[in-house]
Every structure is written in structure tokens, then in C-alpha cells.
Design a protein around this ligand. Structure first.
Ligand SMILES: Cc1cc2nc3c(=O)[nH]c(=O)nc-3n(C[C@H](O)[C@H](O)[C@H](O)COP(=O)(O)OP(=O)(O)OC[C@H]3O[C@@H](n4cnc5c(N)ncnc54)[C@H](O)[C@@H]3O)c2cc1C
Ligand code: FES
Length: 237
């Protein structure tokens, strides 16, 4: 069990929870979170928003039974964290674009921070799309070189993929697919990495609930991903 240090309301639906936890989490990985005994049956996968060696933070949207329980937790309460799991975003340098939509903005904060720490010479431009209220823009601005915020429109309209050496994205599958198609149609040479947030059960590659079809056969989003190449996931469609 790990101790909750903060669980702060950010907007009407979003909360930011900081937990005491020794970790070596890398960008784009996730934990399975559980703050109950028997029900609901399954732990819930949530991406690492931020981490240092002693703490991990999660930015989550309240959508159902599990996240309703998370939002009631107070500083000093305990939670079970299992992880970090999955293959996250790759190391990269040069001109990097990070494109997030909705809850998909969550893993991009640590991603921007880690990329800039490892490669101060890299340029990290973020494109964040929100259907409702924008959030944590100051934090994202501190982590990246530039942040373009889109509220209520299509964040994929804001980016010129030909300007980048590598593009990483997380958000609704339709948004990532539109971005992939845009990259192809404008002849972008940058590899596009997509983070697949399929429904999960075990989170460790055993149950196959999170299986997705790719150009290289079926893959488990939890174990083979969640980050995969866009061409692998959307290239055959
Ligand atoms: C690898 C991964 C990373 C994730 N990272 C985050 C994150 O950083 N922040 C965050 O808020 N959420 C994240 N999610 C989604 C999160 O796991 C779900 O929102 C959560 O499990 C819902 O639990 P619940 O009990 O509150 O809702 P449930 O009662 O289980 O479901 C409520 C509603 O949410 C939908 N839902 C549940 N799981 C998903 C999912 N994986 N994708 C889309 N819709 C879903 C259901 O269809 C239903 O409509 C991530 C999911 C995955 C697989
Ligand atoms: S959630 Fe069980 S294999 Fe991915």
C-alpha cells in the first residue's frame, strides 16, 4: 500500500493524485490502481502524469465506479499501485511534437519533462485538445518549449506534421487515427507513436482483454504497448 500525499480537484471532472512510491517509471507507462478490497473486481489503469524517485502523480478523469472512489481519497489514505507497466514513449531528440486529447494529455507532461531533461537542445512543442475546460496549461508550458491549446475544436488541425522529426500522441483513438492520416497525406517523414488506452483487465499481458489488431498481428496494449507505431496500428485501415 502506498500513502496518498495529495488528491486535488483540478477541474469539474479531473483530479491530480500524488502518491508516495519508490519508482523508476518512464514516460508513457501506467500503473494499475486499486483503492478497494473486493469490488469493483478490477484495478484501474492510469498513466504516470509525473514522477520522481519517491513519488508518482496521476491525472485522472472521474468517469465511473473506480474513479469515483479515487476522487474521495484524502491525503494520508492508502492506495495499492501495481506497476509501472508497459512500453512507453521512446527516447527522442530534434524537433518533437506531443499531441494530446482529453485524458490523453496525462502522460505527455512527464514525456515533455524527461525529453527536455535528457536533450536540452531538443524542441518540444505540445498540442493539447480539450472538449471542455483547458487544464494545467501553466505546468505544460513549464515542461515544453511551446504549448498550443485547443478548446472545443480539433487539435489535429493545429499541427503541421512536416515540421517534426518525431511525433507522439495520446488521446481518443479517432483523434490519433486522424493524426496518422494527416501525417500520411502531407507526406510527413516523422515516425508517429500512438498510446493505446484500450480497456484492460490484468494489465500484465495475461488475459488478452486489451488485444488490438496491428499490421504485425494481434498485440496486447498493456504489455506490447501502450505505445506503438501509428503505422502499425492504423496503417492497414
Ligand atoms: C494504459 C491506460 C492508461 C490510462 N491513463 C489514464 C489517465 O492517465 N487518466 C485517466 O483519467 N484515465 C486513464 N485511462 C482510462 C482509465 O483507465 C478509465 O477511465 C478507468 O479505468 C475508468 O474506471 P471507472 O471504474 O471510473 O469507470 P468504469 O465504470 O469502468 O467505466 C466508465 C466509463 O468509462 C469508459 N472507460 C473505461 N475504461 C476506459 C478506457 N480504457 N478507455 C476509454 N474509456 C474507458 C467506460 O466505457 C465507461 O463508459 C487509461 C487507460 C489505459 C488503458
Ligand atoms: S489487460 Fe490483460 S492482457 Fe492486457
Amino acid at each position: 500500500m502506498s500513502k496518498i500525499l495529495e488528491n486535488q480537484k483540478i477541474t469539474e471532472d479531473f483530479y491530480l493524485m500524488k502518491v508516495e512510491q519508490d519508482n523508476d517509471a518512464s514516460m508513457g507507462q501506467f500503473y494499475m490502481l486499486r483503492a478497494w478490497d473486493k469490488y469493483p473486481l478490477l484495478s484501474r489503469p492510469i498513466s504516470v502524469y509525473d514522477a520522481d524517485e519517491k513519488t508518482v502523480s496521476f491525472l485522472y478523469k472521474v468517469v465511473g465506479q473506480g474513479t469515483e472512489i479515487f476522487k474521495e481519497l484524502k491525503s494520508g489514505d492508502e492506495i495499492t499501485l501495481d506497476g509501472p507497466h508497459g512500453n512507453g514513449f521512446p527516447d527522442a531528440t530534434g524537433k518533437i511534437a506531443l499531441v494530446g486529447g482529453g485524458v490523453g494529455v496525462a502522460p505527455l507532461y512527464l514525456t515533455a519533462k524527461k525529453l527536455k531533461e535528457a536533450h536540452p537542445e531538443a524542441t518540444v512543442d505540445m498540442f493539447l485538445g480539450f472538449s471542455g475546460e483547458a487544464m494545467l496549461v501553466d505546468a505544460y508550458e513549464a515542461a515544453a518549449d511551446s504549448v498550443t491549446v485547443n478548446v472545443g475544436g480539433f487539435v489535429t488541425d493545429d499541427i503541421d506534421p512536416t515540421k517534426y522529426d518525431v511525433i507522439m500522441t495520446c488521446g481518443p483513438e479517432i483523434m490519433m487515427k486522424v493524426l496518422y492520416k494527416k501525417c500520411v497525406s502531407v507526406g510527413a517523414t516523422a515516425p508517429l507513436y500512438v498510446s493505446m488506452e484500450n480497456r484492460m483487465a490484468c494489465g500484465i499481458g495475461a488475459c488478452l482483454v486489451c488485444t488490438c489488431k496491428t499490421a504485425n498481428g494481434n498485440k496486447r496494449a498493456c504489455k506490447d504497448g501502450p505505445v506503438m507505431l501509428g503505422s502499425e496500428v492504423f496503417g492497414n485501415e
